[in-house]
Design a protein around this ligand. Structure first.
Ligand code: LCS
Length: 405
């Protein structure tokens, strides 16, 4: 149901396509690779673009389209493009914007494989990228060159939750005719709508908060106008990294509870971040909702809530982190994030391993950093699990000290 007067949580429940066949309340799964033409003439006119309709699922599928419309509406964009993974969304986006010889300004604070994709795949095809501290708008301004086509942001950045000012950076980039792309995976449109702040393209790993149930790998791109949509659709169709109907159905179902889930993620993460900040075993906490965070004010300007992701450094660095991750029970030791279940992982040896130590340190990812994706379990159960793990860390540190004397 497209109704611009609806509030965000109502849109989560109702957005997609106005009417489904047979009065179905839920988007049907059109599990088909291809669509039958009424006649040779109709097939030809569909291909020529003279008639609108479905041809082949890589090009467009009604179940996928329902999801694309839904997320475009939640992001305040024109249309969405469903992709097979977040990485496919990033690949398709960059390939739609840049050509050989172009320059990209990319944030230091991005998911590890995004850095690797930019350097190794796009680098191979003659696209140059500089990785800079996008939390400082003066650095962004100074990094834009006459051949820069794209400023690529991920905010909050994975895993250190560093923020980049979307509206200020968009103003600067547009003065230089550069497009701004924002990876909005960590916030979801429930907490942040980059297109409404001036960005040109927003993308997500659907695998995370949008789906929310850790059972799908997917991605989405949302663009602002028909020109961009036509260009991006062409690239996606040719690269082929599309999402399939069944996964689209699952993500669409997950989105119905997005607003509710994000509310709980934010509430619990705030409580846990404050608990960690006051814990004697914790050296430092990275969380946009802490008043001690130097970017707290920017977070208030940019987000409707602090999100469900926390990173922290333990006293005792990597060894303490290892003991902690091996000692938690409710928080599962696994990569990925944004699901209803709490997950814990070690960025330096896991999600951000591929980018190499130098790039990791430029992005603030030390060997001792631990990342927690706060689920929707009872917050007291999460804290008690963390507390048990802290006891194990403490015992291990005591043993180490005894051993070393
Ligand atoms: N963007 C962000 C911010 C991500 O965190 C991820 C995956 C991607 C894009 C890529 O999405 P995918 O292709 O996996 O759907 N982040 C992961 C993480 O932190 N742990 O495991 C995957």
């Amino acid at each position: 149901m497209k109704d611009n007067n609806l509030n965000f949580d109502s849109k989560c429940v109702h957005s997609g396509i106005d009417e489904y066949e047979f009065g179905s309340v839920i988007p049907p799964i059109y599990q088909t690779s291809t669509f039958k033409f009424q006649s040779a003439q109709q097939g030809a006119s569909l291909f020529a673009g003279e008639e609108k309709g479905y041809i082949y699922t890589r090009m467009l599928n009604p179940t996928v389209e329902a999801l694309e419309n839904c997320i475009a509406e939640l992001e305040g964009g024109y249309k969405g493009l469903g992709c097979g993974s977040g990485m496919a969304a990033i690949h398709t986006t960059i390939a739609s914007i840049v050509s050989a010889g172009d320059h990209v300004v990319c944030s230091n604070y991005v998911y590890g494989p995004t850095t690797t994709l930019m350097k190794s795949i796009f680098g191979k095809f003659g696209v140059q990228a500089d990785f800079v501290d996008t939390s400082d708008i003066n650095i962004v301004r100074a990094s834009i060159r006459p051949d820069t086509k794209l400023v690529y942001l991920e905010t909050p950045g994975n895993p250190t939750l560093v923020l980049s000012d979307i509206s200020e950076i968009s103003k600067i980039a547009h003065q230089h005719n550069c497009l701004v792309v924002v990876d909005n995976t960590f916030m979801s449109p429930a907490l942040q709508q980059p297109l409404l702040m001036g960005a040109d393209v927003v993308l997500h790993s659907l695998t995370k908060f949008l789906n929310g149930h850790a059972d799908v790998v997917g991605g989405i791109i949302v663009v602002k106008d028909e020109t961009a949509y036509t260009a991006f659709r062409k690239t996606l169709n040719q690269l082929g990294g599309v999402i399939d109907p069944f996964n689209s159905f699952l993500v669409h179902r997950g989105i119905k509870t997005l607003a509710l889930r994000m509310e709980r993620h934010c509430q619990s993460a705030q409580i846990i971040a404050e608990y960690l900040e006051n814990h004697s075993m914790v050296e430092k906490v990275y969380f946009p909702g802490l008043k001690s965070n130097p970017q707290y004010q920017l977070g208030l300007k940019q987000h409707k809530g602090p999100g469900g992701m926390i990173a922290f450094e333990l006293k005792g660095g990597l060894e303490s982190g290892r003991v902690m991750m091996n000692s938690v029970k409710l928080c599962q030791l696994a990569v990925s994030l944004g699901g209803v279940e709490s997950l814990i992982q070690h960025p330096a040896s896991m999600t951000h391993y591929s980018m190499g130590k130098e790039a990791r340190l430029a992005g603030g990812i030390t060997d001792g950093l631990v990342r927690l994706s706060v689920g929707i379990e009872n917050v007291n159960d999460i804290i008690s699990d963390l507390e048990t793990a802290f006891k194990a860390v403490k015992e291990n540190r005591t043993k180490e000290k005894e051993f070393s004397v």
